[in-house]
Design a protein around this ligand. Structure first.
Ligand code: DO4
Ligand code: MG
Length: 290
């Protein structure tokens, strides 16, 4: 089952179960202390609760009649790095001084984990993602993203875009937080696929398409089978000596990096499609220096 936060044409925000071409609204008033999407995701039995909450009296609504919102409430957004060979190679190329760090972290027991965003820095489908005005080499990073409860339970999956300034990170690895975390630096959505069913790793394709003036300027794909770490391993490290009382989104790293001569430009459009979840599309904005 896929769950989403949507804005109806009336302007009301609701939680919905998403089908192929329409969605069914959930009636959260039926259960005490259930007001947000995360209240369902963090419940003991998210699937059972979501099924119970489906408003059987309401007609299904066609998908094109609602606006999808980022599926985040109060969670922190974290990210893992260098979890695919492609990312390790690209990072070693971009960083003269830090190459060996990327090499070592790819095989080390402890993964690279970094804080990516607060909810206010997250863009949902159709909302602007930003390239820093002080970066001349920035890329989107399409990442399979875990939805994790406060107790560290994997409860769902969504699509993440870990926007990255490669020149700033490449200049000095200590600049990583500035290369990764700034206003409108993270995309999430369009919905959360509840965990529980069998997830075929090789069958879960991740596709990135970047368009400029209506033409495709980059496309690439990978699949989850290429990832060097397991979800459990990443979650265990994230929750080690760490309390996440509002839960977390964990982007699991990129396996697609455009060629070194590619950078995002103002007006580009970035689409990330992941099997079983959907497509997250965002316009890119880059302002001039103030
Ligand atoms: O080491 C820098 C960040 C790596 C990253 O974001 C990724 O591999 O996806
Ligand atoms: Mg990344």
């Amino acid at each position: 089952m896929r769950l989403a936060r949507v804005a109806l044409s009336s302007g009301e925000t609701r939680i919905a179960s998403v089908n192929e071409s329409d969605l069914q609204l959930l009636d959260l008033t039926q259960v005490d202390n259930t007001r947000r999407l995360s209240d369902i995701l963090h419940a003991k039995d998210p699937l059972g609760l979501a099924k119970f909450l489906i408003d059987q009296k309401a007609d299904p609504i066609p998908l094109n009649e609602v606006r999808f919102l980022a599926p985040i409430d109060l969670q922190e957004v974290w990210a893992a790095g260098v979890t695919y060979k492609r990312s390790q190679v690209a990072r070693m190329e971009e960083s003269e001084t830090g190459a060996s760090h990327y090499d070592r972290v790819y095989t080390a027991p402890r993964p690279e984990l970094f804080f990516k965003a607060t909810p206010g820095r997250v863009a949902g489908p159709g909302q602007v993602l930003r390239v820093r005005y002080d970066s001349n080499w920035s890329v989107p990073e399409p990442e399979f993203t875990l939805v994790i409860s406060p107790q560290g339970r994997l409860v769902g999956y969504t699509i993440g875009n870990d926007m990255s300034a490669r020149d700033i990170e490449g200049e000095n690895p200590l600049y990583l937080p500035q290369a990764k975390l700034y206003k409108q630096c993270a995309g999430l959505g369009p919905c959360v696929l509840l965990a529980g069913g069998e997830l075929g790793l090789e069958a879960t394709q991740i596709t990135l398409t970047i368009t400029r003036d209506g033409s495709t300027v980059f496309s690439g794909d990978t699949n989850l089978g290429q990832m060097a770490r397991t979800f459990d391993d990443l979650i265990n490290w994230l929750y080690r000596e760490n309390d996440l009382p509002t839960g977390a989104f964990l982007m699991t790293g990129t396996g697609i990096v455009p060629d070194d001569d590619f950078t995002l430009e103002d007006g580009d459009s970035v689409s990330i499609e992941i099997t079983g979840i959907g497509t997250l599309t965002n316009p890119i904005v880059k302002d001039g220096a103030p």
